[in-house]
Design a protein around this ligand. Structure first.
Ligand SMILES: Cc1cc2nc3c(=O)[nH]c(=O)nc-3n(C[C@H](O)[C@H](O)[C@H](O)COP(=O)(O)OP(=O)(O)OC[C@H]3O[C@@H](n4cnc5c(N)ncnc54)[C@H](O)[C@@H]3O)c2cc1C
Length: 476
């Protein structure tokens, strides 16, 4: 097809079985599959995980706080990707989940911003077509949000005004089922429970992929939308095929859990408030939600989510700082891994938790089991944790940065730093520490091999990852 040469790809006519093989059925892969199949290309969409119906976290049936380390993890893998089993918060803003403008060509910021919003609306429409609600949960022009933003500015904080949609975890499952049916009706060949182990490499070009069972799938173009969990695979490809992997900043911090009433003045206006406080920012707020454990290949970290049918009396949010390193230490992945390793070590392979009272002490001491579980006040929603001392495992920059941010946030959410109200869990880390070198069409240094979504290091949310899938499809 003529458009194959739009971006200067090497065409292997007749060689592949499909025009596009997309690995990863997360938002980036789903959007690319939808758009490319609509254009008449033949598309295979492959994922190591299961269909949405079969993505059942064993935690849910036994003890929700104990991870049984399923492979692959049903929370992160399968049709819908990492966000497929979340409560589906869509931030309709190009500056949340990395900066979408960086993926867009244009002459001015205004042009790029306009195009970025066009893609955001396309993502929103994709979800609406598949059953997501049209209504917004929070609006950028809500007078109450503007009032909060004004108050925040006076405190030296930046309270972002954003349009936000909240699909809800039960509805999101139906949305994913509808997406599956839509892609099938557009003749996308969906293959689940197959893991790729390598690419087929020939003379500088990618000709397809090798699966873990040693079988091969050939295609003219291979799109890798492997999500954050694809970081190790990216490292493997980088080493084997000498790809330039540039170190990128890494997000490190804590998960804060407090009582609903402490946060409700904010969350009743903006469901997931995005507040910037110097280098620190709040991220992924879950009213009436649960702190969850994330079992990585090597480390245990924390995250948070909200559920439709089960509510807690707590709100949790991440407080993260983007860390960049200076030479000679520039490998942010190793740096974050060191901190995760320290936490795992101190916590006996469990996340650490400390009361706000201990965390705020001039020279903090570790929290005790009695303080965490038998204290008056807040009860942890994640119970498979080790009471500890975050002062001993986080660097000074991170520890004191969090303390400063918490003190400022207390002004917007009174009670946050009061003795019995809040727990601090560590570590929360967004391991997204390598940027593969990509051209303006997201093609890597290997011909016909493309990276989209979070594994590219260029997106960090459902909306931006899906937008990147659509942007790539428009290059063909
Ligand atoms: C618990 C949780 C809740 C979240 N909630 C939200 C939210 O409410 N709003 C929001 O904007 N963002 C949320 N996020 C983040 C969001 O889900 C991600 O930013 C987004 O899903 C990234 O999309 P992606 O397409 O890049 O990759 P992913 O969604 O991560 O999908 C990658 C897919 O690739 C597959 N894969 C990886 N390696 C292989 C391999 N070797 N072979 C075959 N398949 C492979 C995986 O199985 C996975 O299905 C949440 C994340 C988590 C973990």
């Amino acid at each position: 097809m003529e458009s194959f040469i739009k971006c200067g790809y090497i065409s292997h006519k007749g060689m592949g079985e499909a025009d596009f093989l997309i690995v990863g059925a997360g938002p980036s892969g789903l959007a690319a599959a939808d758009s490319l199949s609509k254009k008449g290309y033949s598309v295979i969409l492959l994922d190591q995980g299961s269909s949405i119906d079969h993505r059942i976290c064993k935690n849910a049936s036994v003890d929700r706080s104990k991870c049984t380390n399923c492979q692959p993890c049903n929370i992160h893998s399968g049709f819908g990707g990492a966000g497929g089993k979340s409560d589906g918060k869509l931030n309709l803003n190009p500056y949340i989940g990395k900066n979408l403008l960086n993926l867009i060509e244009g002459n001015s910021i205004e042009d790029k911003e306009k195009t970025a919003y066009d893609y955001i609306h396309k993502v929103d429409q994709f979800f609406i077509d598949c059953g997501a609600p049209i209504e917004l949960k929070s609006k950028a022009d809500d007078p109450r949000a503007k009032e909060l933003a004004k108050k925040a500015r006076k405190l030296g904080l930046d309270y972002m005004l954003i349009d936000q949609k909240h699909i809800g975890s039960d509805k999101l499952i139906q949305v994913m089922k509808n997406m599956y049916a839509r892609l099938q009706s557009q003749t996308v060949n969906i293959i689940l429970r197959k893991e790729i182990a390598d690419i087929i490499f020939d003379n500088g070009s990618c000709l397809g992929v090798v699966l873990k069972d040693k079988s091969e799938i050939k295609a003219k173009h291979v799109l890798l939308g492997l999500g954050r969990r694809g970081e190790e695979f990216l490292k493997f490809l980088g080493k084997k095929y000498s790809l330039s992997l540039l170190p990128s900043p890494v997000d490190i911090g804590v998960r804060v859990e407090t009582l609903n009433e402490v946060m409700e003045d904010l969350t009743s206006v903006t469901y997931d408030p995005k507040i910037r406080c110097g280098f620190w920012r709040t991220f992924c707020t879950n009213p009436s939600g649960f702190v969850v454990r994330e079992q990585g290949d090597k480390f245990v970290t924390v995250n948070g989510h909200a559920e439709a049918n089960r509510k807690s009396i707590n709100t949790n949010f991440a407080l993260l700082c983007t860390i960049e390193l200076e030479k000679p230490k520039s490998d942010t992945y190793d740096y974050a891994a060191l901190i995760a390793g320290l936490c795992s070590n101190a916590g006996g392979k469990k996340p650490l938790v400390q009361t706000i009272a201990r965390f705020m002490e001039p020279r903090p001491h570790r929290s005790t089991i009695e303080e965490i579980f038998r204290y008056k006040g807040i009860r942890p929603t994640l119970t498979d944790v080790t009471p500890g001392n975050l002062f001993k495992v986080l660097t000074g920059e991170i520890f004191y940065g969090i303390r400063d941010a918490m003190e400022k946030l207390e002004e917007l959410a009174p009670g946050l730093c009061k003795e019995h109200n809040t727990l601090m869990y560590a570590p929360e880390i967004k391991f997204n520490a390598y940027l593969p070198k990509l051209d303006s069409c997201f093609q890597s240094e290997i011909n016909n091999l493309f990276f989209i979504g979070d594994v590219s290091g260029r997106t960090g949310s459902i909306v931006t990852a899906a937008a990147m899938g659509f942007i790539l499809a428009d290059k063909f």
